[in-house]
Design a protein around this ligand. Structure first.
Ligand code: G6P
Length: 513
Protein backbone atom coordinates (compact mmCIF):
# COMPACT_ATOMS: atom_id res chain seq x y z
CA UNK A 1 0.00 0.00 0.00
CA UNK A 2 2.89 2.30 -0.69
CA UNK A 3 0.73 4.68 -2.74
CA UNK A 4 -0.75 5.90 0.52
CA UNK A 5 2.66 7.08 1.63
CA UNK A 6 3.75 10.43 0.40
CA UNK A 7 7.07 11.21 -1.26
CA UNK A 8 8.77 11.88 2.07
CA UNK A 9 8.03 8.36 3.36
CA UNK A 10 11.54 7.06 3.39
CA UNK A 11 12.73 6.53 6.95
CA UNK A 12 12.90 3.05 8.42
CA UNK A 13 13.05 4.29 11.99
CA UNK A 14 11.11 7.28 13.32
CA UNK A 15 11.10 8.76 16.82
CA UNK A 16 8.15 10.96 17.72
CA UNK A 17 8.34 13.19 20.79
CA UNK A 18 6.82 16.49 21.84
CA UNK A 19 10.19 18.22 21.63
CA UNK A 20 12.74 17.88 18.86
CA UNK A 21 16.18 16.71 20.08
CA UNK A 22 17.68 20.15 19.38
CA UNK A 23 17.55 23.52 21.14
CA UNK A 24 17.74 26.86 19.47
CA UNK A 25 20.80 28.96 20.34
CA UNK A 26 20.81 32.63 19.50
CA UNK A 27 24.18 34.14 18.64
CA UNK A 28 25.32 37.65 19.53
CA UNK A 29 24.42 38.91 16.07
CA UNK A 30 20.84 37.70 16.58
CA UNK A 31 21.08 34.79 14.16
CA UNK A 32 20.04 31.41 15.50
CA UNK A 33 21.41 27.92 15.12
CA UNK A 34 20.59 24.54 16.65
CA UNK A 35 22.41 22.52 19.27
CA UNK A 36 21.77 18.94 20.29
CA UNK A 37 19.61 18.86 23.46
CA UNK A 38 21.18 17.43 26.59
CA UNK A 39 19.70 14.30 28.14
CA UNK A 40 19.74 10.54 27.98
CA UNK A 41 17.01 9.96 25.43
CA UNK A 42 18.68 12.12 22.81
CA UNK A 43 22.12 10.59 23.26
CA UNK A 44 20.64 7.08 23.28
CA UNK A 45 18.85 7.64 20.01
CA UNK A 46 21.77 9.29 18.22
CA UNK A 47 23.61 6.06 17.28
CA UNK A 48 20.30 4.37 16.35
CA UNK A 49 19.52 7.30 14.07
CA UNK A 50 22.96 7.23 12.53
CA UNK A 51 23.07 3.49 11.82
CA UNK A 52 19.52 3.30 10.48
CA UNK A 53 17.77 5.60 8.17
CA UNK A 54 16.28 7.52 11.08
CA UNK A 55 14.12 10.62 11.47
CA UNK A 56 12.75 12.52 14.46
CA UNK A 57 9.32 14.16 14.47
CA UNK A 58 8.78 16.89 17.10
CA UNK A 59 7.99 20.48 18.07
CA UNK A 60 10.65 23.21 17.90
CA UNK A 61 9.41 24.93 21.07
CA UNK A 62 8.23 28.07 19.26
CA UNK A 63 4.69 29.27 18.53
CA UNK A 64 3.37 29.73 15.00
CA UNK A 65 6.64 28.63 13.51
CA UNK A 66 6.54 26.67 10.27
CA UNK A 67 9.90 25.03 9.62
CA UNK A 68 10.78 22.71 6.78
CA UNK A 69 12.42 19.41 7.63
CA UNK A 70 16.17 19.88 8.19
CA UNK A 71 19.26 17.93 9.19
CA UNK A 72 21.34 18.53 12.29
CA UNK A 73 24.30 16.29 13.16
CA UNK A 74 22.99 12.71 12.94
CA UNK A 75 19.35 13.75 13.05
CA UNK A 76 16.89 14.20 10.24
CA UNK A 77 14.35 16.51 11.88
CA UNK A 78 10.70 16.86 10.95
CA UNK A 79 9.23 19.87 12.79
CA UNK A 80 5.55 19.88 13.79
CA UNK A 81 4.14 23.41 14.22
CA UNK A 82 1.98 24.57 17.15
CA UNK A 83 -0.05 27.77 17.11
CA UNK A 84 0.13 30.12 20.12
CA UNK A 85 -3.31 28.88 21.17
CA UNK A 86 -2.16 25.26 20.90
CA UNK A 87 0.87 26.02 23.05
CA UNK A 88 -1.60 27.23 25.67
CA UNK A 89 -4.17 24.48 25.33
CA UNK A 90 -2.20 21.42 24.26
CA UNK A 91 1.20 22.00 25.91
CA UNK A 92 0.63 24.22 28.95
CA UNK A 93 -2.99 23.13 29.37
CA UNK A 94 -3.79 19.49 28.73
CA UNK A 95 -0.23 18.14 28.88
CA UNK A 96 1.04 20.11 31.86
CA UNK A 97 -2.01 21.24 33.85
CA UNK A 98 -4.21 18.15 33.28
CA UNK A 99 -2.09 15.04 32.62
CA UNK A 100 1.09 15.99 34.49
CA UNK A 101 -0.57 16.59 37.88
CA UNK A 102 -3.05 13.72 37.37
CA UNK A 103 -0.24 11.26 36.61
CA UNK A 104 1.86 12.52 39.54
CA UNK A 105 -0.55 11.55 42.32
CA UNK A 106 -2.57 14.79 42.04
CA UNK A 107 0.09 16.67 44.05
CA UNK A 108 -1.38 19.75 42.32
CA UNK A 109 -5.06 19.67 41.34
CA UNK A 110 -5.49 18.72 37.68
CA UNK A 111 -7.78 20.93 35.61
CA UNK A 112 -10.21 19.43 33.12
CA UNK A 113 -11.23 21.62 30.19
CA UNK A 114 -12.91 20.42 27.02
CA UNK A 115 -11.14 23.09 24.95
CA UNK A 116 -7.78 21.69 26.13
CA UNK A 117 -8.82 18.14 25.30
CA UNK A 118 -9.88 19.18 21.81
CA UNK A 119 -6.50 20.81 21.25
CA UNK A 120 -4.75 17.67 22.56
CA UNK A 121 -6.62 15.51 20.03
CA UNK A 122 -5.90 17.89 17.20
CA UNK A 123 -2.19 18.20 17.94
CA UNK A 124 -1.83 14.44 18.45
CA UNK A 125 -3.43 13.99 15.02
CA UNK A 126 -0.89 16.37 13.51
CA UNK A 127 2.00 14.40 15.04
CA UNK A 128 0.48 11.13 13.80
CA UNK A 129 0.11 12.52 10.29
CA UNK A 130 3.67 13.82 10.27
CA UNK A 131 4.96 10.42 11.42
CA UNK A 132 2.82 8.64 8.81
CA UNK A 133 4.26 10.85 6.10
CA UNK A 134 7.84 10.26 7.26
CA UNK A 135 7.93 6.48 7.83
CA UNK A 136 8.91 4.09 5.07
CA UNK A 137 6.95 0.95 4.32
CA UNK A 138 6.93 -1.37 7.39
CA UNK A 139 9.07 1.07 9.36
CA UNK A 140 9.36 1.16 13.15
CA UNK A 141 7.97 4.23 14.92
CA UNK A 142 8.75 4.94 18.56
CA UNK A 143 6.41 7.45 20.23
CA UNK A 144 7.56 9.10 23.48
CA UNK A 145 5.70 10.28 26.55
CA UNK A 146 2.41 11.59 27.89
CA UNK A 147 2.00 14.50 25.48
CA UNK A 148 1.37 12.03 22.63
CA UNK A 149 -0.77 9.22 24.03
CA UNK A 150 -3.28 9.31 21.17
CA UNK A 151 -0.63 8.99 18.48
CA UNK A 152 -0.20 5.17 18.52
CA UNK A 153 -3.78 4.38 17.50
CA UNK A 154 -4.10 7.32 15.11
CA UNK A 155 -0.90 6.22 13.45
CA UNK A 156 -2.01 2.60 13.18
CA UNK A 157 -5.23 3.72 11.51
CA UNK A 158 -3.21 5.72 8.98
CA UNK A 159 -0.46 3.13 8.53
CA UNK A 160 -1.32 -0.44 9.60
CA UNK A 161 2.00 -1.60 8.10
CA UNK A 162 4.07 0.14 10.80
CA UNK A 163 5.46 -1.35 13.99
CA UNK A 164 4.60 1.07 16.78
CA UNK A 165 6.22 1.43 20.20
CA UNK A 166 5.26 3.83 22.96
CA UNK A 167 7.28 4.70 26.06
CA UNK A 168 5.78 6.62 28.97
CA UNK A 169 8.54 8.53 30.78
CA UNK A 170 6.33 9.60 33.68
CA UNK A 171 4.35 7.52 36.18
CA UNK A 172 1.10 5.88 35.11
CA UNK A 173 -1.38 6.51 37.92
CA UNK A 174 -3.44 3.99 39.86
CA UNK A 175 -6.89 3.27 38.37
CA UNK A 176 -8.58 5.15 41.21
CA UNK A 177 -6.82 8.38 40.15
CA UNK A 178 -6.84 7.81 36.39
CA UNK A 179 -10.61 7.33 36.69
CA UNK A 180 -11.01 11.09 37.20
CA UNK A 181 -10.00 11.83 33.63
CA UNK A 182 -13.14 12.59 31.60
CA UNK A 183 -11.42 11.21 28.48
CA UNK A 184 -9.94 8.13 30.12
CA UNK A 185 -11.28 5.71 27.52
CA UNK A 186 -9.94 7.71 24.59
CA UNK A 187 -6.49 7.88 26.18
CA UNK A 188 -6.44 4.11 26.74
CA UNK A 189 -7.62 3.50 23.20
CA UNK A 190 -4.84 5.77 21.96
CA UNK A 191 -2.12 3.92 23.84
CA UNK A 192 -3.40 0.43 23.01
CA UNK A 193 -2.90 1.23 19.32
CA UNK A 194 0.79 0.41 19.87
CA UNK A 195 2.44 -3.01 19.62
CA UNK A 196 4.49 -2.34 22.74
CA UNK A 197 3.74 0.08 25.57
CA UNK A 198 6.66 0.56 27.97
CA UNK A 199 6.75 2.09 31.44
CA UNK A 200 9.43 3.02 33.97
CA UNK A 201 8.28 0.67 36.76
CA UNK A 202 6.44 -2.65 36.87
CA UNK A 203 3.87 -0.84 39.04
CA UNK A 204 3.14 1.64 36.24
CA UNK A 205 2.58 -1.24 33.81
CA UNK A 206 0.23 -2.89 36.33
CA UNK A 207 -1.72 0.34 36.77
CA UNK A 208 -2.11 0.66 33.03
CA UNK A 209 -3.25 -2.93 32.51
CA UNK A 210 -5.84 -2.58 35.28
CA UNK A 211 -7.22 0.53 33.57
CA UNK A 212 -7.35 -1.17 30.16
CA UNK A 213 -9.11 -4.14 31.67
CA UNK A 214 -11.60 -1.93 33.50
CA UNK A 215 -12.44 0.54 30.75
CA UNK A 216 -11.86 -1.49 27.59
CA UNK A 217 -12.64 -4.99 28.79
CA UNK A 218 -9.29 -6.26 27.50
CA UNK A 219 -7.58 -9.02 29.47
CA UNK A 220 -3.84 -9.48 29.71
CA UNK A 221 -1.87 -12.66 30.22
CA UNK A 222 1.78 -12.30 31.09
CA UNK A 223 1.65 -8.69 29.95
CA UNK A 224 0.16 -9.49 26.55
CA UNK A 225 -3.31 -9.05 25.07
CA UNK A 226 -4.88 -9.24 21.65
CA UNK A 227 -6.47 -5.93 20.72
CA UNK A 228 -8.45 -4.99 17.67
CA UNK A 229 -9.42 -1.96 15.67
CA UNK A 230 -13.04 -1.80 16.92
CA UNK A 231 -12.81 0.32 20.03
CA UNK A 232 -15.98 2.31 19.65
CA UNK A 233 -18.27 -0.40 20.98
CA UNK A 234 -20.59 1.07 23.60
CA UNK A 235 -20.15 -1.91 25.90
CA UNK A 236 -17.69 -0.05 28.10
CA UNK A 237 -18.83 3.56 27.95
CA UNK A 238 -20.21 2.74 31.34
CA UNK A 239 -17.67 0.50 33.04
CA UNK A 240 -19.27 -2.91 33.18
CA UNK A 241 -19.89 -3.74 36.87
CA UNK A 242 -19.18 -7.38 36.01
CA UNK A 243 -15.60 -6.52 35.09
CA UNK A 244 -13.28 -6.75 38.05
CA UNK A 245 -10.12 -4.95 36.96
CA UNK A 246 -8.05 -7.38 39.00
CA UNK A 247 -9.46 -10.52 37.46
CA UNK A 248 -10.25 -11.60 33.94
CA UNK A 249 -13.95 -10.92 33.30
CA UNK A 250 -16.13 -13.87 34.25
CA UNK A 251 -17.61 -14.24 30.80
CA UNK A 252 -14.28 -14.02 29.01
CA UNK A 253 -12.38 -17.24 28.66
CA UNK A 254 -8.81 -16.90 29.91
CA UNK A 255 -7.41 -17.89 26.56
CA UNK A 256 -8.84 -14.76 24.95
CA UNK A 257 -5.68 -12.93 25.77
CA UNK A 258 -3.47 -15.44 24.06
CA UNK A 259 -5.79 -16.57 21.29
CA UNK A 260 -4.76 -16.18 17.70
CA UNK A 261 -5.09 -12.74 16.18
CA UNK A 262 -8.07 -12.12 13.90
CA UNK A 263 -7.57 -10.13 10.75
CA UNK A 264 -6.89 -6.54 11.74
CA UNK A 265 -6.06 -7.33 15.36
CA UNK A 266 -2.62 -7.42 16.92
CA UNK A 267 -0.77 -8.47 20.05
CA UNK A 268 -0.14 -5.67 22.52
CA UNK A 269 2.70 -6.12 24.98
CA UNK A 270 3.01 -4.10 28.17
CA UNK A 271 6.20 -4.12 30.25
CA UNK A 272 8.63 -1.97 32.22
CA UNK A 273 11.93 -0.62 30.90
CA UNK A 274 13.58 1.63 33.49
CA UNK A 275 15.39 4.40 31.64
CA UNK A 276 18.95 5.37 32.47
CA UNK A 277 21.65 7.84 31.54
CA UNK A 278 24.54 8.17 29.13
CA UNK A 279 27.03 6.71 31.59
CA UNK A 280 30.07 7.17 29.38
CA UNK A 281 29.39 10.87 28.82
CA UNK A 282 29.24 11.48 32.58
CA UNK A 283 32.23 9.31 33.40
CA UNK A 284 34.48 10.89 30.84
CA UNK A 285 33.39 14.39 31.86
CA UNK A 286 34.05 13.50 35.52
CA UNK A 287 37.49 12.16 34.58
CA UNK A 288 38.67 15.38 32.96
CA UNK A 289 41.24 17.35 34.96
CA UNK A 290 39.35 20.58 34.16
CA UNK A 291 36.17 19.17 35.68
CA UNK A 292 37.97 18.08 38.83
CA UNK A 293 39.69 21.44 39.11
CA UNK A 294 36.36 23.17 38.74
CA UNK A 295 34.88 20.97 41.51
CA UNK A 296 37.65 22.03 43.88
CA UNK A 297 37.14 25.63 42.88
CA UNK A 298 33.42 25.39 43.65
CA UNK A 299 34.19 24.18 47.17
CA UNK A 300 36.70 26.97 47.62
CA UNK A 301 34.20 29.54 46.42
CA UNK A 302 31.75 28.22 49.01
CA UNK A 303 34.38 28.81 51.72
CA UNK A 304 35.51 25.17 52.05
CA UNK A 305 32.54 23.91 54.06
CA UNK A 306 32.56 20.51 55.77
CA UNK A 307 29.49 19.31 53.96
CA UNK A 308 28.04 20.36 50.63
CA UNK A 309 24.42 19.31 50.08
CA UNK A 310 22.96 19.54 46.59
CA UNK A 311 19.53 19.51 44.98
CA UNK A 312 19.14 19.66 41.17
CA UNK A 313 15.67 19.80 39.69
CA UNK A 314 13.45 21.43 37.16
CA UNK A 315 11.43 23.86 39.27
CA UNK A 316 8.46 21.48 39.50
CA UNK A 317 6.07 20.74 42.38
CA UNK A 318 6.62 17.00 41.93
CA UNK A 319 10.25 17.36 43.07
CA UNK A 320 9.57 18.03 46.76
CA UNK A 321 11.82 21.10 46.82
CA UNK A 322 9.77 22.82 49.53
CA UNK A 323 9.87 19.69 51.74
CA UNK A 324 13.64 19.48 51.29
CA UNK A 325 14.22 23.14 52.14
CA UNK A 326 11.86 22.98 55.10
CA UNK A 327 13.76 20.02 56.56
CA UNK A 328 17.09 21.74 55.93
CA UNK A 329 15.82 24.94 57.59
CA UNK A 330 14.69 23.06 60.69
CA UNK A 331 18.12 21.44 60.95
CA UNK A 332 19.70 24.90 60.89
CA UNK A 333 17.14 26.07 63.42
CA UNK A 334 17.87 23.29 65.92
CA UNK A 335 21.62 23.61 65.48
CA UNK A 336 22.20 20.20 63.84
CA UNK A 337 23.60 22.03 60.83
CA UNK A 338 25.53 25.27 60.83
CA UNK A 339 25.94 27.97 58.24
CA UNK A 340 29.54 28.07 57.07
CA UNK A 341 30.16 24.45 57.97
CA UNK A 342 27.22 23.25 55.92
CA UNK A 343 25.75 24.60 52.72
CA UNK A 344 22.82 23.59 50.54
CA UNK A 345 23.06 24.35 46.84
CA UNK A 346 19.68 24.21 45.13
CA UNK A 347 19.75 24.38 41.35
CA UNK A 348 16.18 24.88 40.12
CA UNK A 349 16.01 25.20 36.35
CA UNK A 350 13.11 27.27 35.02
CA UNK A 351 10.26 25.14 33.67
CA UNK A 352 6.73 25.66 32.29
CA UNK A 353 6.75 29.18 33.65
CA UNK A 354 3.37 30.23 32.30
CA UNK A 355 1.46 27.43 34.07
CA UNK A 356 -0.23 28.63 37.29
CA UNK A 357 0.93 25.89 39.65
CA UNK A 358 4.53 26.51 38.54
CA UNK A 359 4.20 30.24 39.23
CA UNK A 360 2.81 29.44 42.65
CA UNK A 361 5.60 26.97 43.38
CA UNK A 362 8.24 29.51 42.42
CA UNK A 363 6.79 31.98 44.90
CA UNK A 364 6.72 29.33 47.61
CA UNK A 365 10.29 28.17 47.01
CA UNK A 366 11.73 31.65 46.69
CA UNK A 367 9.75 32.88 49.70
CA UNK A 368 11.03 29.99 51.83
CA UNK A 369 14.63 30.32 50.67
CA UNK A 370 14.51 34.09 51.22
CA UNK A 371 13.14 33.71 54.75
CA UNK A 372 15.70 31.09 55.71
CA UNK A 373 18.62 32.98 54.25
CA UNK A 374 17.41 36.15 55.96
CA UNK A 375 17.37 34.27 59.24
CA UNK A 376 20.64 32.31 58.96
CA UNK A 377 23.03 34.05 56.55
CA UNK A 378 26.14 35.69 57.91
CA UNK A 379 28.21 38.40 56.24
CA UNK A 380 30.47 35.64 54.99
CA UNK A 381 28.18 32.72 54.22
CA UNK A 382 24.79 31.94 52.85
CA UNK A 383 22.62 29.09 54.14
CA UNK A 384 21.01 28.06 50.86
CA UNK A 385 22.62 28.94 47.56
CA UNK A 386 19.56 29.10 45.30
CA UNK A 387 20.17 29.20 41.56
CA UNK A 388 17.19 29.64 39.25
CA UNK A 389 18.87 28.70 35.98
CA UNK A 390 20.15 25.77 34.04
CA UNK A 391 23.88 25.01 33.76
CA UNK A 392 25.98 23.44 31.04
CA UNK A 393 26.71 19.74 31.38
CA UNK A 394 30.37 20.29 32.38
CA UNK A 395 29.38 22.56 35.27
CA UNK A 396 26.73 20.07 36.46
CA UNK A 397 29.26 17.25 36.59
CA UNK A 398 31.70 19.49 38.49
CA UNK A 399 28.90 20.29 40.91
CA UNK A 400 28.22 16.57 41.46
CA UNK A 401 31.91 16.04 42.17
CA UNK A 402 31.91 18.92 44.65
CA UNK A 403 28.92 17.46 46.51
CA UNK A 404 29.00 15.30 49.63
CA UNK A 405 25.30 14.59 49.90
CA UNK A 406 22.82 14.61 47.06
CA UNK A 407 19.19 15.22 48.03
CA UNK A 408 16.50 13.81 45.71
CA UNK A 409 13.20 14.20 47.53
CA UNK A 410 10.54 13.95 44.79
CA UNK A 411 6.96 13.40 45.94
CA UNK A 412 6.48 11.42 42.73
CA UNK A 413 8.92 10.96 39.86
CA UNK A 414 8.81 8.65 36.84
CA UNK A 415 12.53 7.89 37.15
CA UNK A 416 14.79 10.80 38.27
CA UNK A 417 17.97 10.73 36.26
CA UNK A 418 19.77 13.25 38.49
CA UNK A 419 20.15 10.50 41.07
CA UNK A 420 21.79 8.22 38.49
CA UNK A 421 23.98 11.00 37.11
CA UNK A 422 25.30 11.78 40.58
CA UNK A 423 26.19 8.14 41.19
CA UNK A 424 27.89 7.82 37.80
CA UNK A 425 29.94 10.99 38.39
CA UNK A 426 31.35 9.93 41.78
CA UNK A 427 34.36 8.05 40.41
CA UNK A 428 36.20 8.03 43.74
CA UNK A 429 33.37 6.21 45.49
CA UNK A 430 32.71 9.06 47.92
CA UNK A 431 29.39 10.80 48.46
CA UNK A 432 25.92 9.84 49.65
CA UNK A 433 22.50 9.85 48.06
CA UNK A 434 19.31 10.58 49.98
CA UNK A 435 16.59 9.35 47.62
CA UNK A 436 12.82 9.48 47.75
CA UNK A 437 11.12 6.11 47.67
CA UNK A 438 8.57 7.66 45.28
CA UNK A 439 11.02 7.80 42.37
CA UNK A 440 11.46 5.14 39.73
CA UNK A 441 15.18 5.30 40.51
CA UNK A 442 14.55 3.95 44.03
CA UNK A 443 13.80 0.55 42.44
CA UNK A 444 17.31 0.37 40.99
CA UNK A 445 19.28 2.31 43.64
CA UNK A 446 18.32 0.19 46.63
CA UNK A 447 21.47 1.11 48.56
CA UNK A 448 20.59 4.79 48.59
CA UNK A 449 19.32 6.27 51.84
CA UNK A 450 15.63 5.86 51.02
CA UNK A 451 13.21 8.38 52.45
CA UNK A 452 9.53 9.29 52.55
CA UNK A 453 9.82 13.04 51.87
CA UNK A 454 6.36 13.72 53.33
CA UNK A 455 7.77 12.73 56.71
CA UNK A 456 9.79 15.84 57.57
CA UNK A 457 11.17 14.30 60.77
CA UNK A 458 12.40 11.24 58.90
CA UNK A 459 13.84 13.44 56.18
CA UNK A 460 15.77 15.46 58.81
CA UNK A 461 16.93 12.30 60.52
CA UNK A 462 18.18 10.76 57.27
CA UNK A 463 19.91 13.95 56.14
CA UNK A 464 21.85 13.81 59.42
CA UNK A 465 22.37 10.07 59.01
CA UNK A 466 23.95 10.72 55.60
CA UNK A 467 26.19 13.43 57.07
CA UNK A 468 27.38 11.29 59.96
CA UNK A 469 27.47 7.93 58.16
CA UNK A 470 30.70 5.98 58.78
CA UNK A 471 32.92 6.26 55.74
CA UNK A 472 33.11 2.55 54.99
CA UNK A 473 29.33 2.26 55.01
CA UNK A 474 29.06 5.22 52.65
CA UNK A 475 31.59 3.66 50.29
CA UNK A 476 29.83 0.31 50.39
CA UNK A 477 26.53 1.89 49.44
CA UNK A 478 28.10 3.97 46.68
CA UNK A 479 29.97 0.98 45.27
CA UNK A 480 26.76 -1.04 44.99
CA UNK A 481 24.90 1.84 43.37
CA UNK A 482 27.71 2.48 40.91
CA UNK A 483 27.72 -1.17 39.93
CA UNK A 484 24.01 -0.86 39.11
CA UNK A 485 24.25 2.39 37.14
CA UNK A 486 27.45 1.54 35.28
CA UNK A 487 25.99 -1.72 33.99
CA UNK A 488 22.58 -0.33 32.96
CA UNK A 489 22.98 2.66 30.74
CA UNK A 490 20.50 4.29 28.42
CA UNK A 491 21.86 2.34 25.52
CA UNK A 492 20.82 -0.93 27.14
CA UNK A 493 17.42 0.65 27.71
CA UNK A 494 16.76 1.50 24.08
CA UNK A 495 18.22 -1.81 22.97
CA UNK A 496 15.87 -3.82 25.21
CA UNK A 497 12.84 -1.84 24.16
CA UNK A 498 13.57 -2.02 20.44
CA UNK A 499 14.47 -5.71 20.59
CA UNK A 500 11.17 -6.52 22.31
CA UNK A 501 9.32 -4.35 19.83
CA UNK A 502 10.92 -6.09 16.84
CA UNK A 503 10.07 -9.46 18.40
CA UNK A 504 6.35 -8.67 18.35
CA UNK A 505 6.23 -8.25 14.61
CA UNK A 506 8.16 -10.38 12.21
CA UNK A 507 10.98 -12.73 13.04
CA UNK A 508 12.45 -11.23 16.16
CA UNK A 509 15.53 -9.84 14.47
CA UNK A 510 16.07 -6.29 15.53
CA UNK A 511 17.14 -4.22 12.54
CA UNK A 512 17.82 -1.18 14.71
CA UNK A 513 20.68 -2.31 16.88
C1 G6P B 1 9.83 15.51 31.76
C2 G6P B 1 8.97 14.89 30.68
C3 G6P B 1 9.50 15.22 29.31
C4 G6P B 1 9.72 16.71 29.18
C5 G6P B 1 10.63 17.23 30.28
C6 G6P B 1 10.84 18.74 30.23
O1 G6P B 1 11.06 14.85 31.84
O2 G6P B 1 8.87 13.49 30.86
O3 G6P B 1 8.61 14.77 28.31
O4 G6P B 1 10.25 17.03 27.92
O5 G6P B 1 10.05 16.89 31.52
O6 G6P B 1 9.62 19.42 30.23
P1 G6P B 1 9.16 20.36 29.05
O7 G6P B 1 7.72 20.68 29.35
O8 G6P B 1 10.04 21.56 29.11
O9 G6P B 1 9.33 19.62 27.75
Amino acid sequence: DTQQHSEGSQYDFVVVSNRLPVDRVTDDDGSSTWRRSPGGLVSAMAPVMASNDGAWVGWSGGADEHLDPFDHDVFHLVPVPLSAQEVERFYEGFSNATLWPLYHDVIAPPEFHRTWWNAYKEVNRRFAEAAAATAADSATVWVQDYQLQLVPRMLRQLRPDLTIGFFDHIPFPPLEIFAQLPWRRSVLEGLTGADLVGFQRPGDAQNFMRCVRRYMGVNFRHGQAVVGPEVTSTAFTQPDPAVDPDKPAADTPEETASSAEDAGSWTLKVASYPISIDVEAIRSMAAKPETRKRAEEIRRELGNPDTVFLGVDRLDYTKGIVHRIKAYGELLEDGSLEVGQDVLIQVASPSRERVDSYKLLREQVEGTVGRLNGQFDTMEHTAIRYLHHGYPFAEMVALYLATDIMLVTSLRDGMNLVAKEYVAAKHDGSGALVLSEFTGAAEQLKQAILVNPHDIDELKELIMYAKNMPEDQGRRRMRAMRRQVLTHDVNDWQHKFLTDLAGLRGDGDDPHV
